[in-house]
Ligand binder design. Sequence first.
Ligand code: IVH
Length: 693
Amino acid sequence: MKKNEARSRIQQLVETINYHNYLYHTLDRPEISDREFDAMFSELQELERQFPDLQQPDSPSLRVGGEVLNSFEKVNHRTAMLSLQNTYNEEDILNFDEKIRRQLHLNQGAIEFYCTPKFDGVAIELIYQKGLLTQALTRGDGYVGENVYQNVRTIRSVPLRLRIKQPPDYLEVRGEILMLKEDFARLNLQQEENGEVPFANPRNAAAGTLRQLDSRIVAERPLHFFCYSPGWCEEGQYSTYSGFEHFIAEAGFPTTVTPKKSSYEKLRADIEQKKINPFSPPLSTVCRGPEEVIAYYNFIHSVRKALPFEIDGVVVKVNSFPLQQELGFVARSPRWAFAGKFEPEQAETLVNDIVVQVGRTGALTPVAILKPVSVGGVTVSNATLHNQDEIDRKDVRIGDSVIVHRAGDVIPEVVRVIENKRPKNSKPFKIPHKCPECKSETILVEGEAVRRCTNPLCSAVLKESLKHFISRNAMNIEKLGDRLIDILFENGLVKTFSDLYTIDKEQILSLERQGEKSASNIINSIEKSKHTSLARFIYALGIRFVGEQTAKSLAKHFKTLDAFLDASTEEFLAIDDIGPRVTESLENTIHNKSFQKEIAQLLKNGVTIATPTKTSTKNNTLNGQTFVITGSFSLPREEIKTLIEDHGGKSSSSVSKNTDYVLAGEAAGSKLEKAQTLNVKILDWEQFQKLLK
Ligand code: IVH
């Protein structure tokens, strides 16, 4: 392609991709399939490779991350990033209203307040020059922040260019960067899988991610942005907060502005049924007078748990900018705004014991066994203490009274010890240096916080590996639970993965409390699991650092088990998301003699691995129909998508009126519900296969 031609094609691709990116990540209303999007993206990357000087400053290819920095540049804020006065109850809210009315000499009429949830994330200031994102500053000490632009531009919902025809020369907006609860839970699973310490809550995960010097890591973590205020601006630039929020939504930013005032009851139902756009949820509103503010505060409090992200209160601002100017500041907070905070969901209980569990990577994890207590409506009876450093930092001891909370509303954690309730003769807790399961020596690898048992035949490691092997996203042996694995192992019936495929019905019947029916079910589900995909198989093997995503990349690259087992270092390293650490672990594993023997035995015992769908099956039976896939299937989702596209259909990630079918697998969730409410046709796997024929 000639350079001139390339220039205009690049421009066209950048605009189109940015537009679809906005539809997907801000409006939650995609119009094209992932495959169409990926095709455009690859075309752009290829053109930019050929003509590097034609890369545009708002190119979506910049979002994948770039060079590794040594440190972040310090930058002064044009106006300080201040904090808010806190209020905790209705009385405080009434007092706030009274105080500002006095200051403004207002006797009559209600003051308008702009009310928003208070996001529990990390504050950020974005600077746009001539419509282009040029800087992203953290709050820092309020006066000087750090420029984390490289990291922030990877966040898909942050516009790289304003969606305004004639953008201002200079624009500052402020907002919060956060991680959705769901994404946080997934990230922590992955952290544990990689033998790394999980994050305590979504805010820490977001903050830790933003401080990464390698923006490629940031690009892989799902962060979101909500805009909530202007930064520095010309006097008179905006007249009201609500006006500002509408302007900023038009300019392409995710906000929480509510387009039309709908009743709280309707909104509550939508939130609970997950029918709101999680990337721009309609949660902000204008309230007249303190009573309406109190109603808003109570409403947001009542839906707090159902929201897809964490909040710790509401923020209430005087809606009129001229009135704000008149009210001014006191110390480091504005007089025209306050945070209505919610009490954190915490509870006090006793540490009855501290036990040390051994995971499948041999990691020793201390767990506090608690006197059961209800935290935000869920009974908590144990809490992870992560590692020795964490125990030392919090000084948690057996017999202590502690405050517990649920990080990210999921994982129970000890927040702190109530020291004055500590029993007299308690001792600091030390994780034993011998493995509590097999009594072998454990090691603390330099740079790691976690102690590990290195005995590959440690019974805990073997049992946990078997539990991983049978789990839903691995071999998916549904009817064999963790409990049964323990029993089979302890009875000497199953020691390795391949042993699972040699047990028969009689052996299961010989175990305690096993009847005819459940024994048949177990045997059937073991049989069913024999036919699997390469991605599942690799994942099931439990190779260190090889999580689900990595297993999928490996399967996609190698296609057959033999090719995977014969791979060289260079081949591993050439795969996009595989680095030296994963490669080293893969090599150690595939060259290990007992591993090779085990694989051979698995195949001998009947495990077969499906070859990826052949493209020769392409036809047009689905003829442009749009599918949304939800829930889990025995085939990886990528393969199902390919299947749909190879038959002329499209796949999309969210359900709308334009969706023709929802393909629902096991444990289908909100998308299925949405399909039901929108009357979209729902298919199970069998019905879907019929459709293909
Ligand atoms: S407005 C003068 N709105 O809360 C400050 N702040 O204590 C005006 N925050 O560091 C801030 N959600 O990071 C505002 N909807 C929201 C917010 C919000 C969270 C954070 C913000 C700031 C802190 C202020």
